[in-house]
Design a protein around this ligand. Structure first.
Ligand code: F6R
Length: 606
């Protein structure tokens, strides 16, 4: 998704802007650009496609200037082309923008009436002209304050001015924005990750605030244009270089890293000696929590659904789950005895953040399960449970999913134990079995050959289905999501018991259907549902767990067996073949696996 970088320095900035934009590439984007101030002019270059193309299309070494802004764009208003790429500039002002301006149509009419000419189809261009207009009668701080008040929607902005050649203005509402401090230069970035190679000293803008960045000084202002002070935070500087190693894609590497993700999570939260779970500094009395609401988007929402099954199984808590984009606009009945849990890899997903913000404004108990601990969601929640899976670069979430469900499982176990909903011996037994999970995932990861052989059937089909019941249902949804986002093949996830109520009509001769039927409480029921789709011509890939008992697999097209463990933990193992199925299908099609079309890693617009 869109990313911003800005640098005000004592030396030329275009090289560092380009390398920072490359750091933002993992977010997914479709065009890129930058603008520098030099010799009383705004020098703007931008093009469709990747930052590499921008470098090929323009001689960026000649792009002089000690102050500049850069952007990677993920199209919202207007197709991805070089005209709609950012920065957008008037004669005096140049802007990069993340977010959406909801009243852009009205503002555009107003500005056209004032004589402003528009070049692009974007909502962003109205900001350029609005500031230009306001600067006619107000000094800088006043013009920015007025402009921000006129904008509806969400934004993170980086702005430079032809007549103010030593500064960058940054402003935030809804979309995150960080300021970094360096030697003889200061920075603006849409996330601290983009700035980490230059500095570990960071301040974050809050909603409504703006800042003026010069090479040797940064000032901050509130939404009324009054100067405010900001804390400078020091980020951990132990960032290791994260590359693909010997893997063809980050996704392949991240799938294989899952045993490490689980080991790290278990090490962090499980006290092996006492067979107990440590959730340090949990800020509430357990008796004050009667129910839980889990909120997320996409894969993170599937983690919430998975957790619902565990929380219901292991605790007496009432459990609700919600998709963040729905939660934030519904009439929620906020309850003080409810714990709201927000699940997110990036910690920057706009809808999840807005849902958290809504809970905060209603003084609710909020907890975040996140990977990026410097993120907005992590910063704003009352309590944070980090996933600790390291950077996830592939747009399709893999290790973060396993990391999220691990933390949620651990939390459900602990709360169940504290609430005396599970017996001590069961609690200890489950912890013991959990410690063995990374090893089982490692063994399950060795199924490459079987999966590779099967994967092309899914590409060649018109569509496919993923079925599961109980603990396997969320994993069926996740498997379908992975396949559709990577291979662009239609894939539906369904509870197997729901097929007769409509979806069975889609089954036709040869349609590939994945059936998740581990030997758990639902096994026999799922096998019956499987026979119903086989009877209608489906080619069933049955995924179950290893067992002494022969699986009832008559007429099954292919069968894959994952390792064996207790029912709670089987979802972790069932996920692995589905991730690999999506990976190998996309590989056969030659698709851009780490950056699937139209998608972004960090979804910072709603
Ligand atoms: C799918 C995927 C997305 C994300 C979703 C939420 O593979 O990665 O569905 O899960 O965009 O992102 P986070 O977890 O960053 O809030």
């Amino acid at each position: 998704m869109c990313g911003i970088i800005g640098i005000s320095s004592h030396k030329s900035v275009s090289g560092n802007i380009i390398s920072s934009l490359k750091k933002l590439e993992y977010r997914g984007y479709d065009s890129a650009g930058l603008a520098t101030l030099y010799n009383g002019e705004i020098n703007e270059v931008k093009s469709k496609g990747r930052v590499d193309e921008l470098e090929q299309n323009f001689n960026l070494k000649d792009l002089k200037g000690n102050v500049g802004i850069g952007h990677v764009r993920w199209a919202t208003h207007g197709i991805p082309n070089s005209v709609n790429a950012h920065p957008h500039s008037s004669e005096n002002v140049s802007i990069v923008h993340n977010g959406i301006i909801e009243n852009s149509t009205i503002l555009k009419k107003f500005l056209i009436n004032k004589g402003h000419k528009f070049k692009s189809q974007t909502d962003t261009e109205v900001i350029v002209h609005l500031i230009t207009e306001n600067l006619k009668e107000l000094e800088l701080e006043g013009a920015i304050t007025k402009t921000l008040k006129q904008l509806h929607g969400s934004f993170a902005l980086g702005i430079v001015f032809k007549d103010l050649p030593d500064l960058i203005v940054g402003a935030r509402r809804g979309s995150p924005l960080a300021v970094g401090y360096g030697p003889n230069e200061n920075y603006l970035g849409s996330d601290s990750y983009a700035l980490k190679s230059m500095t570990n000293k960071i301040s974050y803008l809050e909603d409504g605030e703006f800042c003026i960045i010069k090479k040797d000084h940064v000032s901050f202002f509130n939404d009324e244009g009054k100067k405010i002070n900001k804390k400078i935070l020091e980020l951990s500087s132990n960032e290791k270089v994260y590359d693909k190693g010997d893997f063809k894609h980050f996704m392949a590497k991240e799938i294989e890293e899952q045993p490490i993700t689980l080991k790290t999570g278990i090490k962090e939260y499980v006290d092996s000696i006492n067979e107990d779970i440590n959730i340090i500094n949990f800020p509430w009395n357990i008796n004050d929590i009667k129910s839980i609401t889990l909120v997320g988007c996409g894969t993170a929402y599937h983690s919430c659904l998975m957790a619902k099954y565990w929380f219901e199984e292991l605790t007496s808590l009432d459990v609700n789950i919600d998709i963040a984009s729905e939660f934030r606009y519904r009439k929620n009945r906020f309850k003080s005895e409810n714990l709201y849990i927000f699940v997110s890899q990036s910690g920057e997903t706009a809808d999840t953040y807005a849902a958290l913000d809504l809970c905060k404004k209603n003084n609710m108990k909020t907890c975040a399960v996140v990977n990026v601990i410097e993120s907005s969601i992590a910063r704003d929640a009352n309590f944070v449970l980090p996933i600790h899976c390291g950077p996830e670069i592939g747009v399709a979430s893999t290790k973060a999913f396993l990391g999220q469900i691990l933390i949620l499982y651990i939390l459900s176990l602990k709360l169940g134990y504290l609430k005396k909903d599970i017996k001590t011996e069961d609690y200890k037994k489950k912890i013991k079995e959990l410690k063995n999970l990374p090893k089982l995932v490692e063994q399950t990861l060795l199924i490459d050959n079987e999966i590779q052989a099967i994967s092309s059937t899914f590409n060649e089909a018109k569509g496919s289905m993923f079925l599961g019941r109980g603990f396997s249902f969320p994993i069926a949804l996740e498997g379908a999501l992975k396949l559709k986002e990577l291979s662009y093949v239609h894939a539906e996830g369904y509870p197997a018991g729901e097929m007769k109520h409509g979806p069975l009509a889609l089954i036709e001769e040869g349609m590939p259907v994945v059936v998740l039927a581990p030997r758990d409480n639902y096994y026999k029921k799922t096998i019956s549902n499987m026979q119903e789709v086989i009877a209608r011509g489906a080619r069933v890939l049955l995924i179950t767990n290893k067992s002494k008992d022969e699986v009832f697999s008559e007429n099954v097209w292919e069968k894959i067996e994952v390792e064996n463990t207790n029912d709670d933990l089987l979802p972790f193992l069932l996920t692995i073949p589905l991730q690999k199925l999506a990976y190998y299908s996309a590989l056969k099609m030659g698709y851009d696996i780490d950056k699937p079309r139209n998608l972004a890693k960090s979804v910072t617009v709603e």
